[in-house]
Design a protein around this ligand. Sequence first.
Ligand SMILES: [Zn+2]
Length: 308
Amino acid sequence: MTLPPLPIRTRAYDGEGVDSYAHRAAARNYTTVKDTEDWLRRLGVLHGKDRRDPARKQAWRQLGALHDTAFTAPDILGGDWVTERELCHRCAPTVAYTTFLPRPRPEDAPDTWKADMTTEPPTVDHLSAPARGRLPGVGRVCLRHRRWIDGPQVDVTGRRDILRAERRYRQVLAPRHVLFDSPVMREAAQVAAVSADPSRVADLQQTTSVPMSAVLYPEQVAFALLMGSPAFLRMVGRTGPRPDLVTLIDTVIEQTVPVTADAQPYRARSRLLAFANGLDRIVWNARAKDAEPDDGAYNVLRLLDESD
Ligand SMILES: [Zn+2]
């Protein structure tokens, strides 16, 4: 059955999920998701309350007169969940909507309301919650609006290093399905944090009011690029001394960690070596059992297979 669109059209933002869209579309049409979906169940369009039911997505596509590609962002990419998160507040502004308060029965209405009861019902104005969705090709920055979008959203115009890092992320890591919060990116954020000069980070935060994670984003992306690079992964699982691995790590650290009085590049080196050693153990154990290495916790060895 084809449903007629709701009277007030609501466009879906790029990557927006069905929950977020349904909330906004229902609110703009003076109803709620619950009431709309109860009606869909009475019509026999929906049969249960499973929010992941494909019929639910299809129903909201029809109610919004949306394209078939709406709500089709993948749940899993490269073996990792694609996390739903708040979209850039400039790309997806909140919408204002109004709800009507139930009219009190005449005998219960306070005197001040009685005069109104012949005219309009009382209303309340709201702002919708920020739209949420999945954009696996985007790291932690909206390049269109030059905004940090992970956590408190702030303007990063003028922070060319952060914008450059986002471009690198989108060029190299996103196409290989290294998601903004995948294990490699999380580990890279830790490497960036342990090696940073605390006073430099504090100064930057104070002068630019961007969060610490944004200040360290250029380092995070550089270390994620290293950890996911074929050059790095090819050395994993080798036995004997690996001076070339240490040289590779040191070169990236030298290019990445700004040279300041309190910078701690040696901590980045030991953390990266520990990461390589963790992978070594997985590869060696698999070899001993003549099995495929399972690095689910890191999910990075797949990048070597894909680059061959
Ligand atoms: Zn934006």
